[in-house]
Design a protein around this ligand. Structure first.
Ligand code: NAI
Length: 311
């Protein structure tokens, strides 16, 4: 199988590295607009082959879309990341133009590919891609909830002093500091509700830390994080290529699910060889549905900004 990763920056190169060393695909193409960068990063990854011993081949190209032809999955990470103090929403001006042109070039070469959108503001970039690419909705997937869920799991594992592998926790809604919804009611440690183990105060702190998890890293690093984002995108690709039918919160086009229409936002999905194979209805309670409605309204504001833009 073949995977293209567009954008050979921090997230794209990390994603390509995880895909390659874990042999998720047989062939990985890394593409960037910056002369030589994708070639250099691919060469660097290939030079870990003797040490790590994988069979996957990764190549890098500068804007040569012909090399991406017939990809099974394409991950789009091209665009500006946020700097400390910025919100993801502030990136829309530059990134909408980049994502729009990249998607058009990708579709020409790989009309059957499943697209995974990472560029921010991700929910709106996923909506843009769905509206412009002309692909069925199961083949346009935004990655954000998988990462936010990993961060939620991380903070829970710290609070519970346990290994994150014991925890199941999900974040739905928009991929923004104020729009994401860590589902604390459903989070569990080996089947035991975390709300039965942690005090309400501690659990609320975990939720608050999760929501600004990305901003915390951006402040520490001086730019947006890439290890967990790159790995989360690669994990999503793995669930597609291996037809794992994993339950992952992903940003997908809604037509009435969770009471919303004509919007791309994070909901629990089943991810397999056809991309989004199902949207799971986890039966939100009134409080959670209200948070979801607010989140959708905030994503809608960005989609409206997009509609006013000349791309
Ligand atoms: P980066 O600046 O390290 O890399 C971005 C790369 O995109 C650069 O190498 C740049 O040359 C390339 N690029 C720009 N325009 C291009 C074009 N037209 N064609 C091909 N390549 C192009 O940024 P980083 O940290 O890798 O982040 C990438 C994006 O992912 C940002 O928008 C960031 O906000 C987003 N992100 C999303 C996450 C999520 O969970 N959805 C998590 C982390 C980052």
């Amino acid at each position: 199988s073949k995977v293209t990763v567009v954008g050979a920056g921090n997230v794209g190169a990390t994603c390509a590295n995880v895909l390659t060393v874990n042999q998720v695909a047989s062939e990985v193409v890394l593409l960037d607009i910056k002369e030589g960068v994708a070639e250099g990063k691919a060469m660097d990854i290939m030079q870990t082959q003797p040490t790590l011993g994988f069979a996957t081949k990764v190549i890098g190209v500068t804007s040569d879309y012909s090399k991406t032809a017939n990809s099974d999955v394409v991950v789009i990470t091209s665009g500006l990341p946020r700097k400390p103090g910025m919100t993801r929403e502030e990136l829309i001006g530059v990134n909408a133009g980049i994502v729009n042109s990249v998607v058009a070039s990708i579709i020409k070469e790989s009309p059957n590919a499943i697209l995974v959108i990472v560029s921010n503001p991700m929910d709106t970039m996923t909506y843009l891609t769905f509206k412009t690419a002309g692909l069925p909705k199961n083949r346009v997937i935004g990655m954000g909830g998988a990462l936010d869920s990993s961060r939620f799991t991380y903070y829970l594992s710290q609070a519970l002093n346990t290994n994150g592998n014991n925890i199941e926790a999900m974040v739905i809604g928009g991929h923004g500091d104020t729009t994401m919804i860590p589902l604390k009611r459903l989070a569990n440690c080996k089947g035991v509700a975390v709300s039965d183990i942690l005090s309400a105060e501690v659990l609320d702190k975990v939720v608050a830390d999760t929501m600004v998890g990305g901003a915390t890293l951006t402040k520490l690093l001086g730019t947006s994080a890439w290890m967990a984002p790159g790995a989360s995108a690669a994990f999503l690709v793995k669930s597609i290529l291996n037809d794992e039918k994993r339950v992952l919160p992903c940003c997908v086009y809604l037509e009435g699910e969770y009471k919303h229409n004509d919007i791309c936002i994070g909901v629990p999905t089943v991810i397999g060889k056809n991309g989004v194979e199902a949207i799971l209805d986890v039966k939100l309670n009134a409080e959670e549905q209200e948070l979801f409605d607010k989140s959708a309204a905030a994503v809608q504001v960005m989609n409206d900004v997009l509609k006013e833009m000349k791309l």
